[in-house]
Design a protein around this ligand. Structure first.
Ligand SMILES: Nc1nc2c(ncn2[C@@H]2O[C@H](COP(=O)(O)OP(=O)(O)OP(=O)(O)O)[C@@H](O)[C@H]2O)c(=O)[nH]1
Ligand SMILES: [Mg+2]
Length: 387
């Protein structure tokens, strides 16, 4: 089967391209909305990814994992050359360059996926088998795995005697590269209020206390707290206790009018952290309720808090449901309760939403880590279980 991936603005744009490349018998295998997070953080647009395929005609040579390796190398080389040329002298207008690199990226992606799918697991060298097993156990999606494994397979092609240790180092490098390629440029907009939203019991309130303590103690910032969680009787008391310990002001709000007043009250604070009630956000009605409450301001930062103990599919369902609320950051909690870290990498690759913190325990204020690509790579490769 011949596969090709297209990144387009809409289906109308894709159809003639598919017909041109794959002929009238081509089938569309999959379509999905993506943010073209692309290469070196260049791209930010919403696009449609279309994967189309066609069965080879009898005269066409059958492709296999081996035959595809040179193609991958060729596309990678072309991409590196094009990027270099464009860095030195801008030979294409911005948009054209974006489109061109986008196309190369997609081609590379589908070639890598094809090679990964076509590989016979039993024929993998031992070192790669072990890595493959680890990635599967971590729940890393096939697309992410193929990005990393394809690269390692190409290295082994050139240097068949590469040691397991060296491959592990290379895998780490590839993971870090992948994370950096999907990193959004940090927003420079000034933020007045940071809201923490998420499902029930994931650790929103505890995480707010940890972050408040960090702003206060490490950054010497004046912090204020607001909670709109009047749903659970003990919730207000829980945040009030932390406010008391940290000696910072707190306001309880029940409506968006209350919230405006509370924000005015706390206007001398450098930053306000807002807690919200945990809800089952797999149901969209709760998202609509939340929207009524959130401040109508550009200076709001939304943090979605999710627990790493949940299933990846459940996390994605929640993120997808939040399509009408722009998510600025993710915070992942309860890392200490699971050895599976694949979801972290999957989320970065498939959603490109920055992950700022990972919480790893109940202790306030200590059990929180600031995320770096190295930290994630270590988690995924199980190199340092205790961090
Ligand atoms: N093991 C572990 N427990 C955590 C972590 N973060 C929070 N918890 C615990 O999880 C439980 C729930 O924490 P909360 O902060 O109340 O969670 P929440 O999201 O505010 O809950 P609701 O407001 O009821 O939706 C508490 O027992 C916390 O101590 C973490 O990173 N690791
Ligand atoms: Mg809470």
């Amino acid at each position: 089967m011949r596969l090709k991936t297209y990144v387009v603005n809409n289906m109308t744009e894709a159809i003639p391209m598919i017909k041109r490349d794959l002929g009238p018998d081509a089938l569309i295998l999959n379509t999905k909305q993506i943010k073209t997070g692309g290469y070196l953080g260049f791209f930010k647009k919403e696009k449609l990814e279309v994967i189309a395929a066609v069965e080879p005609t009898p005269s066409e040579p059958k492709r296999n994992a081996e035959s595809i390796k040179p193609q991958i190398q060729a596309v990678e080389k072309k991409m590196d050359e094009d990027i270099q040329v464009n860095e030195n002298e801008s030979v294409m207008p911005g948009d054209k360059q974006e489109e061109h690199l986008d196309e190369l990226m997609s081609e590379l992606k589908s070639l890598k996926q094809f090679m990964f799918q076509a590989i016979d697991e039993d024929r993998l060298p031992e070192a790669l088998k072990a890595l493959n097993k680890k990635f599967n156990a971590q729940g890393i999606t096939e697309e992410v795995q193929s990005e990393i494994m394809a690269k390692l397979m190409l290295v082994l092609e050139k240097q068949p005697n590469t040691s397991g240790e060296k491959l592990q180092t290379l895998a780490k490098r590839e993971i870090i590269k992948l994370i950096n390629a999907h990193k959004k440029r940090p927003s420079r907009r000034k933020v007045d209020i940071i809201c923490f939203i998420g499902p029930t019991g994931v650790g929103k309130t505890t995480t707010i206390a940890k972050i408040a303590a960090d702003y206060l103690l490490s950054e010497d910032k004046k912090v204020g707290l607001i909670t709109s969680d009047t749903y659970r009787i003990a919730a207000v008391e829980q945040l009030k206790t932390y406010a008391g310990i940290l000696n910072i002001p707190i306001r309880v709000v029940e409506s968006s009018a209350d919230l405006s007043a509370a924000m005015d009250d706390l206007s001398d604070c450098d930053i306000i952290l807002m807690d919200t009630a945990g809800r089952n956000y797999q149901q969209k009605q709760y998202i609509d309720d939340l929207k009524q409450m959130l401040p109508d301001s550009k200076k709001i930062q939304i943090n979605l808090v999710l627990s790493l103990t949940s299933k990846y599919e459940d996390m994605t369902k929640i993120i997808d449901n939040f399509e009408t609320i722009v998510m600025d950051q993710l915070i992942l909690t309860k890392k200490d309760e699971t050895s599976s870290s694949g979801a972290i990498l999957n989320l970065i690759y498939h959603y490109s939403i920055p992950i700022r913190y990972i919480a790893n325990g109940q202790s306030v204020p200590d059990d929180i880590l600031t995320v770096t690509p190295e930290l994630i790579a270590n988690f995924v490769l199980e190199e340092d279980e205790n961090v």
